[in-house]
Design a protein around this ligand. Structure first.
Ligand code: ATP
Ligand code: MN
Length: 457
């Protein structure tokens, strides 16, 4: 296989002959020299290629931004600042042109390549998902995303967790974690599965079953919620990571979440240094420093009650929504706790039972549950988890209280009927993690093809 530009740029230039494949980012024409910046998405940097238009067959005419090329030349030390090597071109083939102006062809009008030299807004790029991966920002995001996916598996595999593929089509609505998408077959009559079916909103219930068999499992897969709130941190289709640990309680769960986030931060700091420097410079000034400090210090841990106390202290506001014990925290409250109060990630525990799901274990106070949410600066909630109620009687009475039909949860209750064990787990939104680690403010810009209400490009 031909070398990638990231491999070429790591070589010492010794006049060796090489072939580069990629897409032209920019072309600068001087009197008797043409400079091409060629990028192949393997790294942030492009390779500079210099060609002498007087040399036979090297016409620069078709070398527009966006064209794909195959270039052979010698790798030489570069006199230019900020780059070690450049390619002195001896042969060049345009594989695919990208016209700089609208062009009439037999197949109809080909519009000018939309990504010209100037910087485009992220909003503009969102409408061109098929091309936006060729920009510096989206390229960097997708490299970080890929590296992080790998880091997720490495983290859990090294700790004895088995990767579990939970179903995408389910018959349960997982505690009503979010609004559901219904699954039906096109044109068929009645229910395809003989009963109502949905796209999964969480793999937790199935993960609990396998944690009660394999001790430690994690899921990492697509998740769907018919969110109508059009926020910068909600998608209709996103990826979730859900570890579930048997023979563990809230403290082990909190430690796991903290270790995991630190592992992800360190992965990006170590493996994605150039991309991270780019985000720090162009997207979120101070990003690397804040990530480094989050990785180096223990996360602040406090109870929900303590958090409400902090929020109600004189001088804490002003808030649009008054912080009140018993109410869900608003994102302005989460921002205050992580940015002003702790200046870093915060793990909140012991939430009022009324605002959390039925499966969370009650604390001895009878009023709060053994929930744990992890909040981070800029974003708020990134992880939601809990110790689960493992006692059959306690779980059933909690379900009755909330009017949940125990009939529909026969399989889930069986886990409490046969060999029940204490266990705990959490759910982490993969895109929110990427937002946290790249500083990208809109979740639509950290997934290749974002899906949200009213938008399906
Ligand atoms: P929020 O209150 O932010 O809507 P949630 O409490 O409904 O989130 P959970 O059910 O706790 O979310 O899901 C676990 C994690 O999955 C969340 O902490 C978040 O990181 C992620 N997540 C939830 N909903 C979405 C969504 N619509 N798009 C992207 N990520 C999401
Ligand atoms: Mn949550």
């Amino acid at each position: 296989m031909f070398p990638l530009i990231r491999e070429i740029l790591a070589m010492a230039p010794r006049s060796q002959e090489l072939t580069v494949r990629g897409w032209i980012r920019t072309k600068r024409e001087m009197k008797n020299l043409v400079f091409l910046e060629v990028n192949d998405g393997s790294c942030l940097a492009s390779i500079q290629c210099t060609l002498d238009p007087a040399a036979g067959g090297l016409s620069p005419a078709k070398l527009g931004t966006g064209a794909s090329v195959e270039i052979t030349g010698k790798l030489l030390p570069s006199p230019a600042r900020g780059q070690e090597a450049e390619l002195a071109v001896s042969a060049l083939t345009v594989l695919g042109e990208a016209p700089g102006e609208d062009r009439e062809t037999a197949e109809g009008t080909i519009r000018a390549y939309p990504l010209q030299k100037k910087r485009h807004s992220l909003e503009f790029l969102r409408e061109t998902p098929q091309l936006r991966g060729r920009t510096n920002t989206l390229g960097a995001v997708m490299r970080v995303r890929s590296r992080l996916a790998f880091a997720v598996h490495r983290f859990f595999q090294e700790r004895g967790y088995q990767y579990l593929h939970t179903p995408i089509i389910t018959g349960n609505d997982a505690e009503g974690a979010g609004a559901l998408f219904r699954v039906t077959s096109q044109g068929g009559e009645g229910e395809f599965f003989g009963r109502k079916s949905f796209l999964t909103v969480s793999g937790q219930l199935e993960a609990e079953a396998y944690a009660a068999a394999l001790s430690r499992v994690y899921t990492f897969g697509p998740t769907f919620r018919a969110e109508h709130s059009n926020t910068a941190r909600h998608l209709a289709e996103f990826w979730m990571i859900e570890p579930e640990t048997a023979f563990a309680g809230l403290n082990e769960n909190m430690d796991l979440a903290e270790d995991f986030l630190k592992h992800c931060i360190n992965t990006v700091l170590e493996d994605c240094a150039a991309d991270l420097a780019f985000f720090d410079e162009r997207i979120q000034p101070g990003l690397s420093g804040s990530l480094r400090s989050a990785a180096e210090s223990p996360f602040t841990r406090m109870t929900y009650t303590e958090a409400v106390g902090e929020l109600r202290k004189p001088g804490a506001g002003p808030f649009e929504f008054e912080p009140r014990w018993g109410a869900d925290l608003q994102s302005e409250h989460e921002k205050f706790l992580t940015e002003k109060c702790a200046a870093g990630p915060v793990i909140l525990t012991a939430y009022p039972r009324e605002i959390k799901a039925f499966y969370m274990k009650l604390n001895p106070d009878g009023k709060t549950v053994r929930a744990m949410d992890v909040l981070v600066p800029r974003l708020g909630e990134i992880i939601g988890g809990s110790e689960r109620e493992e006692k059959l009687g306690a779980l059933c009475s909690r379900m009755k209280e909330l009017g949940i039909d125990t009939e529909g949860y026969g399989q889930y209750l069986d886990l409490r009927r046969y060999g029940t064990v204490p266990h705990a787990g959490f759910g982490l939104g993969f895109e929110r993690l990427i937002q946290y680690l790249t500083g990208m403010t809109n979740i639509r810009d950290v997934i290749p093809y974002p899906r949200s209400a009213g938008q399906l490009f």
